[in-house]
Design a protein around this ligand. Structure first.
Ligand code: PLP
Length: 388
């Protein structure tokens, strides 16, 4: 009955952990969750007011498929101001979250058997969307030795005549690593002369801690032409539920087919979200973004220090995003069992590393208040001491 394509999708490995957490909570157990992929802050007042105004003004009808001109101009303005990128509004499509942007891109580009290079640890969605598009994920393993980033040499070795796309995430979910300008230049050198598209997921761009963020497309004209820049406001402006993301590319043909796909699938994104996103893109909530960034930075520092005090665990200080990717290899090489036992024994929910393609780790989200973080890490320590 079901399509072959739908059966390529795996159900999320994290579901087992979150349903166990729910069961334990229902039984009255005190469970602390560090599995969230979203900020614990609310959306800034200015954005909410703009949405209310849009409703009251009756801005509630269909819009142009890629977004209203004002929105596309605001995105182009943001990309120019923050990243030095010169996109025309017609190079941009707003979609229902960056996840949807990536989905449109995979559907538009990938033919059966095409290879897509994905560095691991990766955001769980990438290989699933590639498989759903009948492509083949080609995983490049990384670890702490290069701060979880691929090298130009690794990339070169992974490229075949079937390589269609490379997905880069900077800053990374789950490791927080950021590619430096020179690392991106080295990657750009390897890609020169090929037809490989780079999907650069820059979702966590604004959440960086003392490290300079470089947009992949800004490296060179060659990289600008081959890169599809993907970004959104979910993480940086605490707007996960609004469903707003976008992509930009100077490749007119690519943008045109993605517009066609979006017009025949979801049409425009919510008209109210479009209005609400504009002040954020125009820099009107930069103070609130900075307040959240500062809070995340302080948590990143303290959580990293506390985690590294636990005998048997180690973690690199994240350069961006709001996760710690904690190495548990001295304790266990089965991250699912480790995370299940951690939850059952001490009531701490984290996500197994294998879900991100890297065994021997767990992901700890610090998008929660500092006292909960301290208590969670104290419990993790107790659990690890019992294990040793
Ligand atoms: N990219 C990365 C690396 C993410 O971690 C996420 C969310 O978890 C997204 C994209 C998708 O964000 P959204 O669809 O809310 O814009």
């Amino acid at each position: 009955m079901l399509s072959d394509r739908i059966q390529t999708l795996s159900s999320s490995l994290t579901i087992a952990i979150s349903s166990l957490a729910r069961d334990l909570k229902a039984q009255g157990k005190d469970v602390l969750s560090f599995s969230a992929g979203e900020p614990d802050f609310g959306t800034p007042r200015r954005i909410k007011d703009e949405a209310i105004k849009a409703i009251n003004d009756g801005f509630t009808q269909y819009t142009a498929v890629p977004g209203i001109p004002e929105l596309l101009e605001a995105i182009a303005g943001k990309l120019k101001r923050d990243n030095g990128l010169e996109y025309a509004p017609s190079d941009i499509i707003a979609s229902n979250g960056a996840k949807h942007s990536l989905f449109n891109l995979c559907q538009a580009l990938i033919n059966e058997g095409d290879e897509v290079i994905i560095p691991a640890p990766y955001w769980v969605t990438y290989p699933e969307q590639v498989k759903y598009s009948q492509g083949v994920p080609v995983i490049i393993e990384t670890d702490e030795t290069n701060n979880f980033k691929i090298t130009a040499k690794q990339l070169k070795e992974a490229i075949t005549p079937k390589t269609k796309m490379l997905i880069l995430t900077t800053p990374s979910n789950p490791t927080g690593s950021i590619y430096s300008r020179s690392e991106l230049e080295a990657i750009g050198e390897v890609l020169k002369g090929t037809e490989i598209i780079v999907a650069s997921d820059e979702m966590y761009e604004k959440l960086v801690y003392g490290v300079e963020f470089t947009a992949t497309a800004s490296i060179s004209e060659d990289m600008f032409q081959r890169t599809v820049t993907i970004n959104g406001l979910s993480k940086s402006v605490a707007m996960t539920g609004w469903r707003f993301g976008y992509l930009a590319s100077p490749n007119k043909k690519l943008i045109s087919v993605m517009n066609k796909l979006q017009s025949q699938s979801t049409s425009n994104i919510n008209s109210i979200t479009q209005k609400a996103a504009i002040p954020a893109l125009n820099g009107e909530v930069d103070d609130e973004i900075e307040m959240m960034r500062t809070a995340f930075e302080a948590r990143a520092k303290e959580a990293t220090e506390l985690m590294n005090e636990i005998d048997g665990l180690s973690v690199l200080k994240p350069e961006g995003a709001f996760y710690l990717f904690v190495n548990i290899k001295d304790i266990s090489n089965d991250s699912i069992t480790f995370c299940k036992e951690l939850l059952q024994d001490v009531g701490v929910a984290v996500v197994p590393g294998i879900g991100f393609g890297s065994e021997g780790y767990f992901r700890f989200s610090f998008a929660t208040d500092i006292s909960t973080i301290r208590e969670g890490i104290r419990r993790i320590e107790k659990f690890v001491q019992q294990k040793k």
